[in-house]
Design a protein around this ligand. Sequence first.
Ligand code: AGP
Length: 611
Amino acid sequence: MCGIVGYIGEQQAAPVLLDGLAKLEYRGYDSAGIAVYNGHEIEMVKSVGRLKVLSELTHDGTTLVGKSGIGHTRWATHGSPSNDNAHPHYNKDGSIVVVHNGIIENYMKIRKMLQNKGYEFNSDTDTEVVAHLLDYYYTGSPLSTIIKVLQRIEGSYALGIMFKEFPEQVFAVRKDSPLIVGHTKDGNILASDVPAVLKYTRSVYFIENYEIVCLEKDKMTFYNIDEDELEKEPTTIEWDVAAAEKGGYEHYMLKEMYEQPKAVKDTIYPSDSRIVDGRVVIKELSMSDEDIKNIKKIYIVACGSAYHAGVTGKYVIEGLTRIPVEVDLASEFRYRSPIYEDNSIVIIISQSGETADSLAALRDAREHGVRVLGIVNVVGSSIAREADSVMYTWAGPEIAVATTKAYSAQLIALYLLGMNFAQVRNTITEDKMSSLIKDLAKLPDQIEMLLASKEKVQRFANRYIAAQNVFFIGRGIDYAISLEASLKLKEISYIHSEAYAAGELKHGTISLIEEGTLVSAVLTQEHLYKKTISNMVEVRSRGAFVLAVTTEGNTEVEKAADYVIYIPQTNEYFTNSLAIIPLQLFGYYVAVGKGCDVDKPRNLAKSVTVE
Ligand code: AGP
């Protein structure tokens, strides 16, 4: 997903832009570019490939002289990765330059209109229409020109804009794509996300939809679409640069796997602890006991791993509260005209808080008057700000594209929610609640212990570097964790993998099992052990090699598995938090063994802010 940066101040702009783009690399990209006002024109350099290429072309930015500029990392949506398609884009005489994150959905219509008026295009991108439209509507006032363009374009955007005639100013505006701005010690900076500015400031302004900001070297001014000046309050970012760095690990993903005990602990006991005197207290819910007692249905809506956490959440919340829970993929939910029952709530789960499909689902629910709770990791993100209430997962910045610690923290948030609702609705006894709280408190240490046995998993993973197909099976909550284990493997190792409800295999897919096919079976639900063991026997008798992940003491599994990994005892609802650890490590070590780019897998982005 693209990233934008901008700077104006006393420093040379190019090195600041390159540094900011480097901090946005995690978002995934295939080309990059920067533009700097050099005193008489806006000079631009673009390149395909990694930022290293752009740095080499500009000798780490030193060949581009000037104190104001904008930059971009492009994740191709319209048009292949190429110099022409890389941003920044500019109007015909280079007097207006633009960088953009998002999609201009009506760009073809605008492109045709402009071409009929004699405009020529150098790229296949949607973004280039913005540069020419700014030229077409140019009134001599950057602000009113920008506003005219906003009234014409549809879709999502975070735009950085420079006008040669106004070299003392850099403009930015957003709709649906994230945008922040902040003061540095000698200027002002804009970016798509916090890591790009943390080196300069931890006091940032989150820009809302249709807000326009004008950055000058010693001030910034906010406007609404009527050109009225706005007052905005900054947000202080608590986590530090080190937290967003690799800290000596080979990959961000490994570092973040090892941060899971802390992420889990911080989500159970944030500064405002969610366990108080033996009870679960979630102040940020802003729901009265009456509200909770009246809930008739819960919809959990998310994408990818967040969706998988939601599947676990369904089993846990239904099991503890008997409230019906429906889990939906956000990209499906928003287009199926969902039928909202009275007294229902929608839970949107999102690490980034910027996923376009999840944000759209949130807006659909709110348009229908349904209360929305966000379970979000990035403070101040769009989903966090637009939900009625937000329950943060305190996992800290997650840089690796493949989520681990944020996913684990999402599970914890869902456990706490289920426990809180069960407590209010009296669907579990005091004894059950205290036993759940005890087991919850043990999870960080148990995760730590599982991480310590990584060598065992690494040795096993090395056998499967050449695997073509891997299956992950389980029943009930063990199916939920199989979904996540499968995604972890395929998104970073590029090995095809499928998660299957163990009981469903025999209805067709078992035909794919061949000699040596790896099948991972998760067995943590005692009442389902025997059923899953019979499924293991089924695949093993057809040649599969069976890996079992099961709870300590369940040794009967050994008769049906070729390799067994044991996880510690915990409450049946919490087992996903433990079973996922060896399965994350498995995916990681297979990918490392294959020499894949573990932190930035091909074709993927950390946050998918486009449809
Ligand atoms: C998970 O490893 C992937 N990065 C992806 O499935 C991700 O979970 C999904 O895109 C949702 O992202 P979000 O949590 O930021 O909304």
